[in-house]
Design a protein around this ligand. Structure first.
Ligand SMILES: Nc1ncnc2c1ncn2[C@@H]1O[C@H](COP(=O)(O)OP(=O)(O)OP(=O)(O)O)[C@@H](O)[C@H]1O
Ligand SMILES: [Mg+2]
Length: 471
C-alpha cells in the first residue's frame, strides 16, 4: 500500500489544485485522508485554504494545527469553532456585504417554504431590509444581538433613527416603523404594536438570538474579530471551520450558510479588486449538500476567474437534489457542470454509483465477431442413395468488427474501491488513483493555536444598551 513519504515527489497532479473539484464518498472511504493530502500540499506551496469540516472534534483541530506546524505555517492558522469558544478565533459574518447581501444572509434563517409562510417571510424580509439599510448608513459594525434587539425593542429602534444621518435609508426605516404602529383604542395614541412586530419578525428574532448567546455568541459577535474571510484569502491564511453537525445540527447548518454567504461576498470583492491569489486559494467544503443553497451555483464561475478553487464534498448524489433543503436537479446539474474535476471514493448506494459511472463516460469498445462456416451440398446419386457424392463444397470466413459503447468505469466498480483508492475524472481523463496515506505526526495533546488581541473598535452597541432580548 502506498504510504506518504515526506521527501517523495508529490503524487497529486497540480492541475487538480487549480480547478473546482467535486468529491463524493461514503463514510470511511478515505475522504479525510485525501483532504489532508490536499492541505499538506497547499501548505507546502505556501497557499491559503478554508477547510469546512463537518466532523467537529478536538482531534481534527489538533491534526490541522500539527499539519500546519510541520510545514511552518502554524502562525497562519485561524480556527472558527462555534461549539467551543475557548478554542476558536473570533469571526463576525455580518460585517461584509451591501444591504441586499446582508438581508439575504439573514433571511436564509427562514427557509422559503411557499404557502402562507411566504407572506410572513416577505414581511420579515422587508423589515430586515429596512434595518440593514439604516445600519449601512450609520456605518458601524453590528452583530446578531444588535439585530435581535432592533427587531423587538421600540426604544432601540428610536435610538437608531436618532443616530442615523437623514438619508433615504433612514426615511425607509421610519416608514417601516410607522407600519408597525397602531392606534391604541383605549388611549387613542399611536404606539408600537408589539404583536404586529412579533408577527413580522417572530421567528427570525428568535433564531438570531441563538447566535448571540453561548459559545456561538462569543465567537460570532465581536465588532473587530480576528478573522475576516476577505483578508484570509488575500493573506493566504489557513482557516479551519469546525461545524458541530452532530451536536447542534440546525445551528451548525445555518452558521455554515452565513459563512458561505460571507465567503461569496469576499469572492465578489476579490474579483472586483482584480486580485488573484497565488497559488490558487482552496475552499474545501465537507458535507457540502447540508448547507448548499441555490444562490451558490454562480459563485463557482466567479471563483474560478479569481483563482479560488472550490472542493465541495458530498456523500450521495441525491443529497444535491434534496428539495427539502431547497436544492433541485437543476442545482445538482449546475454543480456537476461547474466542477471540472470529480473524484470518487468508495460509494455505497446505487444511484450515486450510476451517476458517477455516467460522468466517467463511455468508451468505444471494439467488438470483433468472427464467423466460420462450411457448407456441403449433396447431389442425389442416380443409383444408390447411400453413395453420396459430394457435389460442391464451400467454405466461408467472415470477420466483422462492430463498435459498441461501454462504461469506462462500471457502476459496481465504485462499490468495490479499497482503502485509499479513488477514481479521478477530469476533462478527457479517467484514472484510478491510490491516494497516499498521510502520516500526521501529532505530538500535541491540547489545542495550541494562534490568537490575537484586536484593537478596540466602536460598534453599534444596541444590544448592550437595550438588552431585552426576545429569544
Ligand atoms: N490512502 C489510504 N491508504 C490506506 N489506507 C487509507 C487511505 N485512506 C484512508 N485509509 C484508511 O481508511 C480509514 C478511514 O479513512 P478516512 O478517515 O480518511 O475516511 P473518511 O472517508 O474521512 O471517513 P469518515 O466518513 O468517517 O470521516 C483510515 O483510518 C485509514 O486506515
Ligand atoms: Mg473523515
Amino acid at each position: 500500500m502506498a504510504q506518504w513519504k515526506p521527501n517523495e515527489e508529490l503524487k497529486l497532479e497540480s492541475r487538480m489544485m487549480t480547478r473546482h473539484c467535486l468529491g463524493i464518498a461514503a463514510t470511511g472511504g478515505g475522504k479525510s485522508n485525501f483532504l489532508n493530502l490536499i492541505l499538506k500540499q497547499q501548505m507546502m506551496r505556501g497557499g491559503g485554504a478554508i477547510h469546512i469540516d463537518g466532523k467537529n472534534s478536538k482531534e481534527a483541530i489538533i491534526e490541522f494545527l500539527s499539519l500546519a506546524k510541520q510545514h511552518n505555517r502554524w502562525q497562519d492558522v485561524r480556527i472558527i469553532n462555534i461549539g467551543d469558544a475557548a478554542f476558536s478565533n473570533t469571526y463576525n459574518p455580518l460585517l461584509r456585504g451591501d444591504n441586499d447581501e446582508v438581508t439575504s444572509r439573514i433571511m436564509m434563517l427562514l427557509p422559503d417554504q411557499g404557502g402562507s409562510g411566504a407572506f410572513f417571510r416577505s414581511q420579515a424580509g422587508r423589515g430586515m431590509r429596512a434595518i440593514a439599510g439604516i445600519l449601512k448608513s450609520i456605518d458601524k459594525p453590528y452583530n446578531f444581538g444588535d439585530l435581535n434587539v432592533l427587531m423587538s425593542n421600540e426604544t432601540a429602534m428610536r435610538a437608531l433613527l436618532k443616530e442615523a444621518p437623514p438619508t433615504k435609508e433612514a426615511r425607509d426605516f421610519k416608514i417601516f416603523m410607522d407600519q408597525m404602529m397602531a392606534v391604541n383604542p383605549r388611549t387613542g395614541a399611536k404606539e408600537m404594536n408589539t404583536q404586529k412586530l412579533q408577527h413580522t419578525f417572530g421567528d427570525l428574532a428568535g433564531r438570531l438570538h441563538s447566535y448571540y448567546v453561548g459559545n456561538a455568541g462569543k465567537v460570532l459577535n465581536p465588532y473587530n474579530p480576528e478573522i475576516d474571510l476577505y483578508q484570509a484569502i488575500r493573506e493566504n491564511l489557513l482557516v479551519y471551520v469546525a461545524l458541530p453537525m452532530l451536536s447542534k445540527s440546525e445551528i451548525a447548518v445555518d452558521f455554515a450558510k452565513f459563512l458561505i454567504s460571507d465567503l461569496r461576498t469576499a469572492i465578489g470583492q476579490i474579483q472586483n479588486d482584480d486580485y488573484k491569489p497565488s497559488p490558487t486559494f482552496l475552499c474545501l467544503m465537507d458535507e457540502f449538500s447540508s448547507y448548499a443553497m441555490p444562490s451558490l451555483a454562480p459563485v463557482f464561475e466567479q471563483a474560478r476567474s479569481s483563482n479560488i478553487c472550490l472542493f465541495p464534498f458530498i456523500q450521495t448524489y441525491s443529497s444535491l437534489t434534496d428539495k427539502g433543503n431547497g436544492l433541485s436537479d437543476d442545482f445538482a446539474a449546475k454543480i456537476f457542470g461547474n466542477t471540472w474535476n470529480k473524484i470518487s471514493f468508495l460509494l455505497q448506494e446505487p444511484e450515486s454509483c450510476e451517476v458517477m459511472s455516467k460522468v466517467a463516460g463511455e468508451m468505444l469498445k471494439e467488438v470483433v465477431s468472427e464467423s466460420f462456416g462450411e457448407n456441403l451440398s449433396f447431389q442425389a446419386g442416380d443409383d444408390d442413395a447411400s453413395a453420396l457424392r459430394t457435389g460442391g463444397r464451400g467454405r466461408s470466413f467472415g470477420k466483422s468488427i462492430s463498435h459498441k459503447h461501454d462504461f469506462i468505469v462500471r457502476p459496481e466498480d465504485f462499490k468495490n474501491l479499497n482503502d485509499g483508492e479513488a477514481i479521478f475524472m477530469g476533462r478527457g481523463v479517467v484514472m484510478k488513483l491510490q491516494v497516499p496515506l498521510v502520516h500526521l505526526n501529532v505530538e500535541d495533546k491540547e489545542i495550541d493555536m494562534p490568537r490575537f488581541r484586536m484593537p478596540f473598535k466602536q460598534g453599534l452597541g444596541i444590544a448592550e444598551r437595550y438588552h431585552t432580548f426576545s429569544g
